[in-house]
Every structure is written in structure tokens, then in C-alpha cells.
Write a protein that binds this ligand. Sequence first.
Ligand code: FES
Ligand code: FES
Length: 158
Amino acid sequence: MPTVSMTVNGKAVVADVDSRTLLVQFLRETLRLTGTHVGCDTSQCGCCVVHVNGDAIKSCTALALSLEGADVRTIEGLADGDKLHPMQEAFRENHGLQCGFCTPGMIMTAVEMVKRKGNKLDEKTIREELEGNICRCTGYHNIVKAIAAGAEAMGKSA
Ligand code: FES
Ligand code: FES
């Protein structure tokens, strides 16, 4: 089997992978980072969003082998020890989740949204940017509120 090396949440990892292994399988099954979820496997739901070299991608759409040398960040890499990332804290404060299944993908999408769109996010922008993330529980209102609050908080903590 071929070998792939990449950095995941700041740690160098090297592993043998089948050439068909998706990034999401590599994260969940090889590295046991199960915070990245699989909701559809057809690149629609966004539960599997992670950051690759700073960009948000659906990890069910990338082959692990194609990411040789990449810098990957998952939901497990967001908090600073026991201190939640401001976007995680904002989801908690604003009740931006119910079952929580979509939440890791929502948060990873949101953090990258702030990087591209800045700390003052209006509702329309947030809703448009969430086009690729599906939540079956919340009706989205509190997710939108959480992302606006988290974006502001990220500006203050920067
Ligand atoms: Fe990747 Fe649904 S599992 S988009
Ligand atoms: Fe249940 Fe979003 S909180 S799917």
C-alpha cells in the first residue's frame, strides 16, 4: 500500500493507505478523529468539512493520497486545550445545535467563512455561505445567530 504523510491538527502523521481511501475515512478510521462526520457520502451535507491548507473542503470528496504534505485541521484541532474556540463557544451560547451531528462541519465552515468574509457577517451572507451545510434539526436560525456572534468574537480574540 502507498504511504501518505500530512500534518493533522499540528501533528505530523504518516500512514499506509489504500489508494481509494477518502480523507474522511483516513481521519475517522486511521487516525480515530471521529469528530468529522459522514452524513451523506455524496458531497451534499457538509458534516465532513475540514480545513486543508486553510481552505474548507468536504473531506468525503478528497482522496487521502492526494493530500501528501497537506496541513489539515479538524474540529478536534480548534480548541486551545480546555478553552473552546470562539466559534465553538458561540454555538454553545446561542444554542446553535440540537443533535449536534452537523455541528463540526458547521463550525469548520463558519471559521473559514470568517477568514474569507471578515468579522461582521450579516444574515444573508451567512445563509448563502451555508449552502453546502445541511442541518435536519434546528431550522438554522440559531446557527446563523451563533456564526454572527462567533465571527465577532473571533475579531476580538485575534
Ligand atoms: Fe461529505 Fe456529506 S459526508 S458532504
Ligand atoms: Fe441535528 Fe444539525 S443539529 S443535524
